[in-house]
Design a protein around this ligand. Structure first.
Ligand code: PNW
Length: 473
């Protein structure tokens, strides 16, 4: 998998980070005033997650954060992206903040800063307070305003010490896996509701960006992390290109359209017109959403390959989990194909060229906007050997391939400022529970002991030197 023999060197200020999210690692779900989020409810609903796994304990980061930060420092990381559990801070999703909840994040941030690790906060990584879901969740316009209020609370509490802020993580997953295919919380299967949710997430982004800026020092940056699909076609046939356009609109344009250009793509509005009249878009919303961003976060795992013509009897190959409901409203005439090549444990094809393509695309779409890869990584079936060491050469090859693609994009003129490996350590992989291990650090789920895999040591070498260490095959 080594792509070149010359050293692959990165800019000196490059951020070498790792990422996590609150529900996937914290545990302590009933402590210090926290109330259930939609993921507590969902994971405790029989049949929703593999093995009935929940985030009740997860990897107990809430109690082990000090050791976890020390481990990051040992691995030479200079950046860490984590998310805040909204219902720890505002248990009902409204009203005054719970001090003990805020205190946890302040302690975590202070620990990071003391070790020279730059924190990046994601405000929403899918764990909506259950009370807000009971009031309609993201299908309800008011949720966007509640989110802005919460953003203001966080900005006020930590804006003096955290420079990098991310409003939403992968709003596509929240809207379409949560409200359309139902494989994620809250598990609803309603196409019109999902499109409404997408708009309200956009609105939440815009409102929260303003709320943050109103209370934070001007040097701080506000970004969003999109899962930004790379959509390819099996042929250049016009019908296949139209199919790709449809998926690109539903995956990307629906979010970056309003966020970067102040409008939904016309082709999206047309393709979904039999599902919704988009009356949820009220006067002024597009201006609110179209905020100047300070940076854009790209999460990338695998490309999509589509063609026209329905193949509704065949297995769906879009890698979005098991559901008889599609997460693509208005796209029943599109077929997803498996991209050829080696795959990770998720069944996701490994294709670093997709990451290069994606970065160059956003470099064109948003000229001058600094870019970060806010997630990239792979799940493998890792097991400790007799000495307790975990060898994961496949993950090293994956990281080497994708970091080389990032370096190529920088050489081609893209302003990529950092990379956050998903994930720092093995954790609760949503509907897949603890079955899928994305960590650079291995977690023993009996003892919760952490052991850096060989990929973590390899990545530490890159972070230390700013150069990718060689890959031994
Ligand atoms: C992202 N899909 O999730 C999330 O941001 C992480 O929390 C997660 O652990 C990681 O990627 C690995 O899955 C995704 O179906 C989940 O396209 C599903 C999809 C994409 C991203």
């Amino acid at each position: 998998m080594t792509e070149s023999v010359t050293p692959v060197t990165f800019p000196p200020a490059f951020l070498w980070g790792a990422a996590t999210s609150a529900y996937q690692i914290e545990g302590a779900v009933r402590e210090d005033g926290r109330t259930p989020s939609i993921w507590d409810t969902f994971s405790h609903t029989p049949g929703k997650t593999a093995g009935g796994d929940t985030g009740d304990i997860a990897v107990d980061h809430y109690h082990r954060y000090r050791d976890d930060v020390a481990m990051m420092a040992d691995l030479s990381l200079n950046a860490y992206r984590f998310s805040v559990s909204w219902s720890r801070v505002q248990p009902t999703g409204r009203g005054p903040a719970v001090q003990r909840g805020l205190d946890f994040y302040r302690r975590l941030v202070d620990e990071l800063l003391a070790k020279g690790i730059k924190p990046a906060i994601t405000l929403y990584h899918w764990d909506l307070p259950q009370e807000l879901e009971d009031a309609g969740g993201w299908t309800e316009r008011d949720t966007a305003f509640r989110f802005a209020e919460y953003a203001g609370i966080m900005g006020e509490a930590l804006g003096d010490r955290v420079e990098q802020w991310i409003t939403l993580n992968e709003p596509w997953c929240s809207a379409f896996l949560g409200y359309c295919s139902g494989v994620h919380a809250p598990g609803r299967t309603d196409q019109a509701a999902a499109l409404r949710a997408a708009h309200h997430l956009n609105l939440a982004h815009g409102l929260s960006a303003s709320a943050l800026r109103a209370v934070m020092p001007a040097r701080n940056t506000v970004a969003v992390s999109l899962n930004s699909s790379v959509v390819r076609t099996v042929s250049q046939d016009p019908a296949d290109l139209a199919a790709a356009r449809k998926i690109d609109d539903l995956a990307n344009g629906i979010f970056h359209g309003p966020m970067l250009h102040g409008a939904y793509p016309e082709t999206l509005l047309e393709a979904t017109s039999s599902i919704t009249d988009w009356s949820c878009v009220q006067p002024g919303d597009l201006e609110t959403i179209h905020q100047p961003l300070d940076a854009l976060g790209l999460n990338y795992y695998t490309p999509a390959l589509v063609s026209a013509a329905s193949d509704t009897d065949g297995p769906r190959a879009d890698g979005h989990g098991e559901s008889s409901y599609s997460p693509w409203p208005g796209a029943d005439d599109v077929t997803f194909h498996q991209t050829p090549g080696d795959r990770t444990e998720m069944g996701w094809t490994i294709d670093p060229t997709g990451l290069h393509e994606l970065i160059m695309r956003y470099n064109r779409e948003a000229p001058g906007l600094p870019l970060y890869v806010t997630e990239n990584g792979a799940a493998y079936d890792d097991k400790p050997d007799a000495e307790g060491r975990v060898h994961d050469p496949e993950r090293i090859a994956y990281l080497h391939g994708h970091l080389s693609a990032v370096r190529r994009a920088i050489a081609d003129g893209a302003d990529v400022r950092g990379y956050y490996l998903w994930s720092l350590m093995d954790n609760f992989e949503w509907a897949y529970g603890y079955e899928k291990r994305f960590g650079a650090v291995y977690v023993d789920y009996t003892t919760l002991a952490r052991t850096p895999k060989s990929s973590a040591l390899w990545y530490a070498g890159a972070a230390r030197t700013g150069e990718l260490p060689p890959v031994q095959d």
